[in-house]
Design a protein around this ligand. Structure first.
Ligand SMILES: C[S@@+](CC[C@H](N)C(=O)[O-])C[C@H]1O[C@@H](n2cnc3c(N)ncnc32)[C@H](O)[C@@H]1O
Ligand SMILES: Nc1nc2[nH]cc(C(=O)O)c2c(=O)[nH]1
Ligand code: SF4
Ligand SMILES: [Mg+2]
Length: 251
């Protein structure tokens, strides 16, 4: 499989909405390659798997020391590295990227082995491929599914993408996965679009509203978005999320 990095940290995103693992300790496995191109992506150096010749892994949690191995990563090496990063307090294994769902078979194999070792699986996905999510859902315990706002410029057919993301959420919920939606908002995010996302998510999954980093949206705009989403989805089902790991300068 094509990876970027494996490390141990605490989950910095998701805030307090149901299904979030914010503040929980996780081992992160970051997959290389993505089918979308969000202009603000903080992992944009890894969106083309073929341009990630090697992956790095922490030799000791929070040590800042890394070792490297070539891509494609050997499955047994990956399992070995994850197990060595187990600090005994791990809430779940986070599969992120890039887009982990694109490497479907390898992801499934890894999820299965992690279940065998007693870990829970947390999937961080753009939800663009419901047919792949269908295969992955039975092994997934938690899922954070992005709803890509038009201003992300993730793809040309934005409406179609949002509908696919909603379909992925539906599949995950049906499979019993603790699932929430994450919407990255910018200063240009339109309230009318937020209303549409909220209508689609109503009764389906809670919403974490996460400002793009570096933050360009004003607090007034952010609270307007929060207010509109809450009025449609209900007060229990909307929350703010900030990328706290970036403020704390951890991985
Ligand atoms: C790098 S993505 C990988 C998983 C998947 N491709 C996705 O987009 O959900 C992980 C999370 O980081 C968020 N993210 C990436 N860059 C960001 C930025 N500059 N500001 C805020 N959130 C960001 C994404 O929206 C996503 O929720
Ligand atoms: N601490 C920490 N929390 C995170 N939550 C989502 C992340 C990601 O890049 O997917 C991430 C990450 O890279 N680090
Ligand atoms: S979908 Fe995720 S990994 Fe892909 S470009 Fe967007 S934020 Fe980055
Ligand atoms: Mg990140």
């Amino acid at each position: 499989m094509f990876l970027v990095e494996i490390f141990n940290s605490w989950q910095g995103e998701g805030g307090s909405v149901e299904g979030s693992a914010f503040g929980r300790r996780q081992i992160f496995v970051r997959f290389a390659g993505c089918d979308l191109r969000c202009y603000w992506c903080d992992s944009r150096a890894y969106l083309l798997a073929s341009s990630v010749p090697k992956y790095r892994y922490e030799v000791k949690p929070f040590s800042g020391r890394f070792a490297y191995k070539p891509n494609p990563a050997k499955f047994d090496d990956v399992v070995d590295i994850v197990l060595k990063l187990d600090t005994g307090d791990i809430h779940s294994i986070s599969y992120t990227g890039g887009e982990p769902a694109l490497q479907t078979q390898n992801l499934l194999m890894l999820m299965e082995v992690m279940h065998d070792h007693g870990f829970r699986n947390f999937l961080e996905t753009n939800g663009s491929r419901p047919e792949r999510i269908e295969k992955i859902a039975p092994l997934t315990d938690y899922a954070s599914v992005d709803i890509k706002d038009e201003t992300s410029k993730a793809t040309e057919n934005w409406v179609d993408l949002v509908l696919k993301e909603i379909e992925s959420i539906r599949i995950l919920k049906k499979a019993g996965v603790k699932t929430y939606a994450k919407l990255v908002v910018t200063k240009d995010t339109k309230i009318e679009h937020v209303k549409w996302y909220a209508e689609l998510l109503k009764g389906l999954a809670p919403l974490a509203i996460q400002p793009k980093e570096p933050i360009d949206i004003s607090q007034v705009q952010l609270m307007d978005i929060y207010n509109v989403a809450t009025k449609i989805m209900g007060r229990e089902n909307v929350g703010l999320s900030f990328q706290v790991h970036k403020y704390l300068n951890v991985l």
